[in-house]
Design a protein around this ligand. Structure first.
Ligand SMILES: C[S@@+](CC[C@H](N)C(=O)[O-])C[C@H]1O[C@@H](n2cnc3c(N)ncnc32)[C@H](O)[C@@H]1O
Length: 413
């Protein structure tokens, strides 16, 4: 009988691997995702029972009363504050990537799995990666999370993780931002199109795009502008976000009219597409707003943007009062019209649409359609939109007649 070679299992910190240089053909790692899960604290629940049951069989694994916390790679803000948590995560992740490249054979492959919703989560990954000798040559999003899990229902949780395939090589010392921007503008749309066709959406779409962008700027240790300033990972992520939001608005509106939309209407559309009706952290909303040229601080609690402690929510028409909706923004007029539609006030709908000028504008109905497509079947906002849109052709005809009659009347006056 052929003997089966059993694998060896070792326990050690990823920051200090007990192996010699150039040892492995491949390393596969799924490091913690910034501050997503407090693994060591969660493990304590099981650890205390396991220690009682099998602690004497593995004394070296159960030496401490609770799980050891000091070498955990994680961004806890409760311990020494937000900045300290971020620095701890970044320096330990950096060290573990250096260790991976050290133990990897020169032609070996490292696969790193990662995802995070926040810019900070990605900044730390990028900074850690650029300081190692691991250069990402490909990236894919893979659905790893269950959509039905509790967190996914309440929040705009991510469904996929990004798998980076990295090679061990020396990176170029400096990349110039103008050239990288050109490269991103060439490389990203192709990737964005593929992801769109594969049905990746919302926040997952954005993190997948960051993955592809890292393939471009991850070739350089430092990115600089021609004046000699270093470009931060945060700025690189902003650039990616601008390219992505522009592409997405065009796609959800099926091209053509994207340029006609005001920043606030773009923001609304993108928010619904990215996060649905979930509330999100203020900082995530601010970044989205920034990418379309909206200043969130100037807008919240005035119209549809609502601040609730450190969170932002985008109100649907059913959560607003008719007499509080003002202005001639497309999205505001749409909300007004939907509330009138809910109350069956047809004549007023025609009036609002004729006076605002949106009644005969294709963009108005396309935006309504696009918002509806981003929402789940059971959403109250979607039901309003679909109801309103079902009578669109008749409504447009009536508005046209009304405007025609008005013109005739003016002619004879
Ligand atoms: C994203 S999880 C990996 C989950 C794993 N793929 C699975 O399916 O169970 C990250 C893991 O890294 C572990 N970790 C944290 N700091 C570490 C360190 N210094 N060395 C090794 N592992 C560490 C965490 O305890 C956690 O189990």
């Amino acid at each position: 009988m052929k003997s089966i070679k059993l694998p060896n299992v070792f326990q050690a910190s990823a920051t200090e691997l007990p192996f010699s240089d150039n040892y492995f053909d491949a390393v596969f790692t799924d490091p913690p995702y910034y501050d997503n899960v407090p693994y060591s604290y969660l493990s304590d629940f099981f650890y205390v029972w396991l220690k009682r049951c099998i602690g004497d069989l593995y004394p070296e694994l159960f030496a401490t009363p609770l799980t050891p916390k000091s070498r955990e790679i994680v961004a806890y803000s409760h311990e020494n504050g937000y900045e300290a948590g971020k620095n701890r995560f970044e320096s330990m992740l950096k060290q573990s990537f250096k260790e991976i490249s050290r133990v990897l054979k020169p032609n070996g492959i490292a696969v790193i799995v990662y995802t995070h919703k926040s810019t900070e989560g990605w900044e730390t990954l990028i900074n850690s990666l650029l300081e190692s000798d691991l250069v990402p040559t490909a990236s894919w999003p893979i659905d790893t999370e269950m959509k039905s899990r509790l967190r996914a229902k309440e929040s705009a949780a991510l469904a996929s993780s990004i798998y980076f395939v990295c090679r061990k090589m020396k990176r170029d010392e400096v990349g110039w931002i103008n050239e990288i921007r050109d490269e991103l503008n060439k490389h990203l749309p192709k990737k964005l199109e593929e992801l769109w066709k594969e049905g990746v959406s919302g926040s997952d779409y954005f993190v997948s795009a960051i993955g592809s962008a890292i393939e471009v700027f991850g070739k350089y240790r430092k990115i600089m502008d021609y004046e000699g300033n270093e470009i931060s990972a945060k700025r690189l992520i902003e650039i990616v976000r601008e390219i992505v939001t522009d592409y997405v608005v065009r796609q959800i509106l099926h091209n053509g009219i994207a340029g006609e939309l005001s920043p606030l209407t773009r923001f609304y559309l993108l928010y619904r597409w990215s996060f649905g009706e979930a509330k999100i952290h203020f900082d995530d909303a601010r970044k989205l707003a920034q990418s379309v040229g909206v200043s969130l601080e100037d807008e919240w609690n005035r119209g549809f943007i609502k601040k609730e402690k450190e969170f932002i929510r985008v109100l649907g028409p059913q959560e607003r009062k008719l007499n509080e909706i003002r202005g001639n923004e497309l999205i505001e007029v749409l909300h007004k019209v939907l509330l009138l539609w809910k109350d069956g006030r047809k004549e007023e709908i025609k009036e609002v649409l004729s006076e605002s000028g949106y009644g005969l504008k294709e963009a108005f109905y396309r935006v309504a359609q696009a918002i509806s497509e981003t929402l789940p079947k059971e959403s109250a906002e979607k039901k309003l939109l679909d109801g309103f849109l079902s009578g669109k052709d008749r409504l447009v005809g009536e508005i046209r007649d009304k405007l025609e009659k008005f013109k005739q009347k003016k002619l004879f006056e």
